[in-house]
Design a protein around this ligand. Structure first.
Ligand code: C2E
Ligand code: MG
Ligand code: MG
Ligand code: MG
Length: 286
């Protein structure tokens, strides 16, 4: 456990400084308008099982179909929504549509676990659990088909304020996932106190991990920790065959990334799946 912290510290000292906070090009008024006028659309990225390649679920990733700017990615408006009290409405819209889509897929014979990203501000709202449960009932789904992803770097700073909500969601059988593991400063001891079911290892420790000792060490340590806790492991940012083979060799449970598929509109999923099914047998390492 403490080795992970030490490794991460080393990693941060080594890693080139990235752009930092995403540039905020949009004003609160613009984002509020986008939310209210239905300009947000859900895209979905497949999550597949590493041993079999089978499609297990999708992660909901919101996009903004901007009338002038085209497709805008969440890094350019989620921060604004969080800072200006818009994130609550935004999440509720994304979640409601994701559950409605899950129902359409279910009715078409495709049962998928749906992951939705939530912010700490959502969890801080006392009625959040009831809202989520209400929407699941309305969509005719089961609570265990939904996974809520919370980013690790935010989780620890506000964990206490939201522990109540996290615990109640867990009691209702809604799964919790720790997103972008490795980007925060959590220790194993802190994580142990949070009721979660899945970790997603951040893509900065996945892509190229087989060729880089530090990434490799952080990845394998995270995997070992998850195994000890008996929780599901997901690798994000699987971009090539080498990444995929590395996950297989390490025994990671699920994979997500461009090697498998980019996030796509719901209507594209069946065609992607048909194509993926033809690729699957070829994925085994030689
Ligand atoms: P995230 O939850 O960690 O989602 C993964 C991000 O990695 C997505 O970016 C996805 O498109 C991208 N990605 C997936 N596979 C690969 C790959 O192989 N290589 C690379 N380089 N990138 C890959 P996206 O869609 O731009 O989303 C960015 C972040 O915005 C998400 O990170 C999530 O934290 C946040 N977000 C997205 N939708 C929502 C939402 O509805 N609510 C909230 N609160 N946050 C959201
Ligand atoms: Mg996520
Ligand atoms: Mg992530
Ligand atoms: Mg990420």
């Amino acid at each position: 456990p403490e080795t992970i912290r030490a490794l991460l510290k080393r990693w941060r000292n080594m890693a080139p400084k990235t752009a930092g906070e995403a540039r905020k090009r949009y004003s609160a008024a613009q984002v509020r308008h986008a939310v209210a006028s239905g300009e947000l659309v859900n895209y979905y990225q497949p999550k597949v099982e590493v041993v079999s390649g089978a499609l297990k679920g999708v992660e909901t990733l919101v996009r903004w179909r901007h009338p002038d700017d085209g497709l805008v990615f969440p890094d350019q408006f989620i921060g604004v929504a969080e800072e200006h009290g818009i994130i609550d409405d935004l999440t509720r819209i994304v979640l409601t549509e994701a559950l409605a889509q899950a129902r359409r897929w279910r009715e078409a014979g495709l049962v998928l676990r749906i992951a939705v990203n939530v912010s700490m501000d959502n969890l801080a709202r006392l009625d959040f659990t009831n809202f989520v449960l209400g929407q699941i009932v309305r969509a005719g789904g089961a609570p265990d088909e939904l996974i809520l992803e919370v980013t690790e770097s935010r989780l620890m700073t506000d964990a206490l304020a939201s522990l109540d909500t996290l615990t109640r969601l867990r009691l209702k059988k809604i799964s919790l996932s720790i997103d972008d593991l490795g980007t925060g400063n959590s220790s194993l001891a802190q994580l142990r106190d949070i009721p979660f079911d899945e970790i997603k290892i951040d893509r900065s420790f996945v892509h190229g991990a087989c060729r880089d000792n530090t990434r490799n060490a952080i990845f394998t340590a995270s995997l070992a920790m998850a195994r000890q806790l008996g929780i599901v492991t997901v690798a994000e940012g699987v971009e090539d065959q080498a990444d995929w083979d590395f996950l297989r060799q390490q025994g990671c449970d699920l994979a997500q990334g461009y090697f498998i598929a980019r996030a796509m509109p719901a209507e594209d999923l069946p065609a992607w799946l048909a194509d993926w099914e033809t690729r699957r047998p070829l994925l085994a390492p030689a």
